[in-house]
Design a protein around this ligand. Sequence first.
Ligand code: FMN
Length: 253
Amino acid sequence: MNWLQLIERRVSVRQYQENIDESTLAAVRKICEHVRNYNDSPLKFYLLPGTEVHQHQKSLGPFGRVWAPWYIAAVAPADAVSLFNLGYSGQRVVLELTALGIGTCWLGSLVDWSALGDSLSLGKGEAVRTLIAWGRKLEPLAEKPGRRLPPETIAVFPGDKDVKYPWRTVLEAVRWAPSAINGQPWRLWFGADAVHLYSRPRRITRRYCPIDMGIALCHLELACQQLNIPGRLGEGEHPRRKGWEYWASYLFD
Ligand SMILES: Cc1cc2nc3c(=O)[nH]c(=O)nc-3n(C[C@H](O)[C@H](O)[C@H](O)COP(=O)(O)O)c2cc1C
């Protein structure tokens, strides 16, 4: 399966089978150890069994708790640059797990983060910023993907730029990225020299915005690469738009 197919296939999975075999565990560990980062910010992924995490999860009655056999705890500093990197690398891990037929769900709430950090004996300034629940999906429960904003709300195609292939495919890859509370803060500007990535966060999800934007950056890059659009991620000259905050671009070669 290629990256575009993996992006299309991924949905958040919230109900899991109990067990994971040793070879799958080893494969996931390897993926976490070798994942590519976007920048030089410190980032560590810890593999934790459910037994270590469940005691630190909170619940709102029967709702909200995602009970998985294993979790990935992402440890990073709290600044936006580090969390942007966390989202980018974490989503690469998520898509590689999708390729192995493993279900995942990012978790940003209902966890006692400081108790979880204490159990990992983290250093100064380090804290668990998010979890990724993972395991084999409980069949036959099919998870429905969350709804998405319409393309015209999240993307600008200035001038007469072709809004069909390949740009429409790039747009769809970003549009179907996961985001906290399905807030979908990302916005795209399809320019002559680059595709620019911006955010327009809602107040309720502002805190998760850097992670959401890193996830979107991961989808933007992988879609462009899969479509053989020569270029690379970076920051460059970009148009300004009221209410939009610039993050990065896919700069064409
Ligand atoms: C940073 C982040 C935090 C999230 N936190 C939670 C969470 O605490 N609980 C949960 O059930 N889903 C959580 N999600 C999953 C989103 O609800 C989900 O991505 C969104 O509704 C879109 O659905 P989809 O992932 O199935 O496409 C989170 C997603 C992200 C990116």
